[in-house]
Design a protein around this ligand. Structure first.
Ligand code: PEP
Ligand code: MG
Length: 319
C-alpha cells in the first residue's frame, strides 16, 4: 500500500466529490525539503526556523537568513513555502538572547511577543524573508499571535521593510492559530491576514491546560477534544467570513482519524511530516466532503476526545 501511495502522491489530492485539499509538509532543513519533494508534498506548510538560531554564538544577520531560506526555496522547485518567524522563548536554550528567566515559559515572552523586547531579531529575519527570489515564493507565518492588534503591528512593519527593499507588492502574511484567544478572534484576524494555520499542538495545550511535553498527560492532551474541535470550527467560520483559507500544521493534521473531521470543518490544507504526505493524500481521496461536513458537526456535540475518536473510526472505517 505504501508503495502505491508514493506513486500517486505527486498528484493533487481531492475528495471523491471534488474538494481540493492541499497536502503540504512541515520542515526545518534543506534535507527535509528534499524528503518533502520525494514524497509528493504540494508545498511547505510550515518551515520552523528555530534551528537557524540555535547552536550559534550570535543571531543570524539578514543575509544569513536570506541564504538559508533561498536554498530551501530553490530545493522546492517552484512549490510555495510558508516560513514561520522565530518561535523560541525562555524555555529554549538560545544563550546569546539572554532573556530574563521566567517562572512559566509556556506563558512567557515567546513567539511573536519576543519582538517586544528584541525587535532587531524579527527585523533581520523579515528582511531575509523579503529578499528571497522569486518574490512571492515565500509566505510569512507569525507564531503565538493573540489578537489582531499584534498582527497589524507586524504586518505594517513587514510592508515598511518590503518597501525599503524595493518590493512593491504586499507579501502574504498568515497567523498561527495556536492559543484560544486567536481561535476566538479568528474573524478579526482573518480580516488582516491572508491565511490562518492552526497549530493544534499548542492549541490543545493551552485549551486543555495540559503541558504538551508532559508524558503522563499525552493520552488526554488530544486535539480531538470537543473543546479544541469547536475552536477549529470557529476558526474556519471566522476565516470564511473574509474568504481566507485555513490550514492545520499541528500533529493533528497527520492523524488519519482526525483528517475526515478537519476536512469536514472546512480546513483546506494539511501540513504534515514529509514522510506522512502519501498516506494523508490517500486518505483524503477516500473521503466525501459533504459527508465529512455533516458528520463533523455531529461529532462537535460529543463529550470527550475518546468519544470523538471512537465515532470517527466507526464512521470512516479506520482501524
Ligand atoms: C503547533 O503548535 O501545533 C505547531 C505546529 O507549532 P510547534 O509545534 O512548532 O509549536
Ligand atoms: Mg506552536
Amino acid at each position: 500500500v505504501r508503495e502505491a501511495n508514493r506513486r500517486t502522491s505527486r498528484q493533487a489530492a481531492t475528495t471523491r466529490d471534488g474538494r481540493a485539499i492541499e497536502v503540504a509538509a512541515n520542515i526545518a532543513t534543506i534535507d527535509d525539503a528534499r524528503t518533502a519533494l520525494d514524497n509528493g508534498a504540494d508545498a511547505v506548510g510550515l518551515l520552523r526556523t528555530e534551528l537557524l538560531f540555535i547552536h550559534r554564538e550570535s543571531a543570524p544577520n539578514a543575509d544569513e537568513h536570506r541564504q538559508s531560506y533561498q536554498s530551501i526555496v530553490d530545493a522546492l522547485q517552484g512549490r510555495a513555502a510558508i516560513i514561520r518567524t522565530l518561535d523560541v522563548g525562555a524555555d529554549k536554550e538560545v544563550p546569546y538572547l539572554t532573556l530574563p528567566p521566567e517562572t512559566n515559559p509556556a506563558l512567557g515572552l515567546r513567539g511573536i511577543r519576543l519582538a517586544q523586547v528584541r525587535p532587531d531579531l524579527l527585523d533581520d529575519q523579515l528582511r531575509g524573508l523579503i529578499a528571497v527570489q522569486p518574490y512571492g515564493s515565500v509566505r510569512i507565518l507569525l507564531p503565538m499571535v493573540t489578537d489582531a492588534v499584534e498582527l497589524v503591528r507586524v504586518r505594517k512593519r513587514i510592508d515598511e521593510l518590503a518597501r525599503g527593499l524595493g518590493r512593491i507588492d504586499p507579501i502574504e502574511v498568515g497567523v498561527m492559530i495556536e492559543v484560544p484567544s486567536a481561535a476566538l478572534l479568528a474573524d478579526q484576524l482573518a480580516r488582516h491576514a491572508d491565511f490562518l494555520s492552526i497549530g493544534t499542538n499548542d492549541l490543545t495545550q493551552y485549551t486543555l491546560a495540559m503541558d504538551r511535553c508532559q508524558a503522563d498527560l499525552a493520552a488526554q492532551a488530544d486535539g480531538l477534544h470537543p473543546a479544541v474541535l469547536r475552536l477549529i470550527d470557529q476558526t474556519t467560520k471566522g476565516a470564511a467570513k473574509h474568504g481566507k483559507w485555513v490550514g492545520v500544521c499541528g500533529a493533528l493534521a497527520g492523524d488519519p482519524v482526525a483528517v475526515p473531521l478537519l476536512v469536514g470543518l472546512g480546513v483546506t490544507e494539511l501540513s504534515v511530516d514529509p514522510v506522512a504526505v502519501p498516506g494523508i493524500k490517500a486518505r483524503v481521496r477516500t473521503l466525501d466532503y459533504q459527508l465529512c461536513r455533516q458528520r463533523a458537526s455531529d461529532l462537535l456535540a460529543l463529550d470527550s476526545a475518546q468519544a470523538v475518536r471512537a465515532a470517527s473510526r466507526e464512521i470512516w472505517a479506520i482501524d
